[in-house]
Design a protein around this ligand. Structure first.
Ligand SMILES: *[C@@H]1O[C@H](CO)[C@@H](O)[C@H](O)[C@H]1NC(C)=O
Ligand SMILES: *[C@@H]1O[C@H](CO)[C@@H](O)[C@H](O)[C@H]1NC(C)=O
Ligand SMILES: *[C@@H]1O[C@H](CO)[C@@H](O)[C@H](O)[C@H]1NC(C)=O
Length: 398
């Protein structure tokens, strides 16, 4: 598989019609700053082959470059994360995409307003005004994510993939490169790391029953455990993995609109499950025949764990820079606030070394042309490996 041609587009697919503005109720803080955007219809020509490896076809015979996709980003943080979210947004901004920012209930309304102020003029960025309480490891995390997906499905009519980021994530390549490589991918591929071989997690996660008071109280507290344990499920198979996901619109419509009862049943099951965000989508996708063949077993992040792994991954620093780059992953996790490696990434990988450049792009970013850089080769290699015949089918829902 090769992806040869450079992919520079001009504005023929720009958001060409702004519908009337939704609420600019900054004061009421319901849902701020968003316009429903409409664009010309998309033709997605790539499909996933039923057996064998997925292929990325880049036939030079026709002069039609593949349609450039759109991403819907959900970026979350908590109290004090406003500046980090702003920095992260600058680094992942592209006029083609949609962005939904969420500061959880721990953060003050003032912080939320402060964050929203930066994007007053920007049509494709919105901030959740009615924030959710999110308990670490509790099901409120999945609830918050489903809420975000529902908002993005409603407000952005034409995105292809949903991407989940936190305040401690950062991109390792420009959006143009990610959009470029994804434009060659079948639109039904879901990227999530998963396995059914859950080992110790059977006793630490699947058998205990937890309750998250965040579901019915408005102050944050930890989850608590019931005395009883439950047995392993027998009407579906449990899958677990990383909670970072890149999921397709059709799969998420299936999860939210629920014409099959599986996604709903599993929301209820996972209500009492510790760290449900590491298993909910994985279990839904692998237990449904229409979607299990669409999984790619990778979370698109570079994450480094201690050996043996501690509770949290290693904070990435300059020392990890070359490993991060070599991984070909589009994102890294986790970075400490304002770690010097972020400046190096801005400079050397994102091409936004000059101060203020990121914000200028947001404010002036009128065109949705994409100009990939050398970074796209690294992602191309990663994706080719993942979709190769030895990796792709053999790692699906196993
Ligand atoms: C999505 O991102 C949030 C924010 O960091 C994270 O806590 C959560 O576990 C992620 N995944 C899911 C499935 O909610
Ligand atoms: C999924 O793949 C498996 C094995 O490759 C195949 O047997 C099955 O029919 C496929 N399912 C669908 C819905 O395409
Ligand atoms: C990573 O950095 C944060 C500060 O941003 C710190 O609170 C946390 O303990 C660090 N994590 C590790 C695993 O060192």
């Amino acid at each position: 598989m090769t992806i040869k041609r450079s992919h520079v587009r001009t504005s023929n697919q720009r958001f060409n019609k702004y519908l009337a503005p939704f609420c600019i109720l900054l004061i009421a803080l319901s849902l701020i700053l968003f316009l429903a955007l409409k664009s010309s219809p998309h033709s997605t020509s790539n499909t996933l082959s039923k057996n064998g490896a997925a292929s990325i076809s880049t036939s030079d015979a026709s002069n039609n470059l593949p349609e450039v996709p759109r991403f819907a980003y959900f970026i979350t943080g908590t109290i004090g994360d406003g500046a980090r979210l702003h920095r992260l947004l600058r680094a992942v901004y592209h006029p083609r995409n949609y962005y939904l920012l969420h500061l959880d209930l721990e953060a003050s309304d003032a912080e939320r307003v402060d964050l929203a102020k930066n994007f007053k003029e920007v049509k494709n960025v919105m901030v959740v005004g009615k924030a959710n309480l999110v308990t670490s490891k509790g099901p409120t995390m999945v609830a918050c994510m489903l809420h975000a997906i529902a908002l993005l499905l409603k407000q952005g009519k034409d995105w292809n993939w949903f991407i989940n980021l936190s305040a401690s994530d950062y991109p390792l390549m420009p959006q143009d490169d990610i959009l470029h490589i994804f434009s060659y991918l079948p639109r039904d591929l879901n990227f999530l790391e998963h396995t059914t071989n859950i080992g110790w997690k059977e006793f630490q996660r699947a058998r205990p029953i937890i309750i998250d008071p965040g579901l019915y109280h408005s102050k944050k507290s930890g989850v608590f455990w019931a005395k009883e344990k439950r047995s392993m499920p027998s009407s579906f198979k449990l899958f677990m993995g990383s909670s970072w996901v890149v999921l397709t619109r059709p799969f998420l419509e299936f999860c939210i609109w629920g014409w099959d009862n599986l996604p709903r049943t599993l929301v209820m099951y996972y209500t009492n499950f510790l760290s449900s965000s590491e298993g909910y989508f994985h279990t839904v996708i692998c237990n449904h025949k229409d979607f299990q063949n669409t999984t790619v077993n990778h979370d698109m992040h570079y994450i480094k764990w201690d050996n043996p792994p501690k509770q949290f991954p290693v904070n990435l620093t300059i020392e990890h820079f070359s490993d991060m780059v070599e991984s070909g992953a589009p994102f890294g996790h986790s970075f400490a606030k304002d770690d010097p490696v972020l400046d190096k990434i801005d400079d050397e990988l994102l091409g936004m070394g000059r101060s203020g450049e990121g914000q200028r792009r947001i404010v002036n970013g009128k065109t949705d042309a994409i100009k990939p850089s050398g970074s796209s080769k690294r992602l191309e290699k990663l994706v080719s490996d993942l979709l190769s015949s030895e990796n792709f089918r053999s790692k699906q829902c196993k």
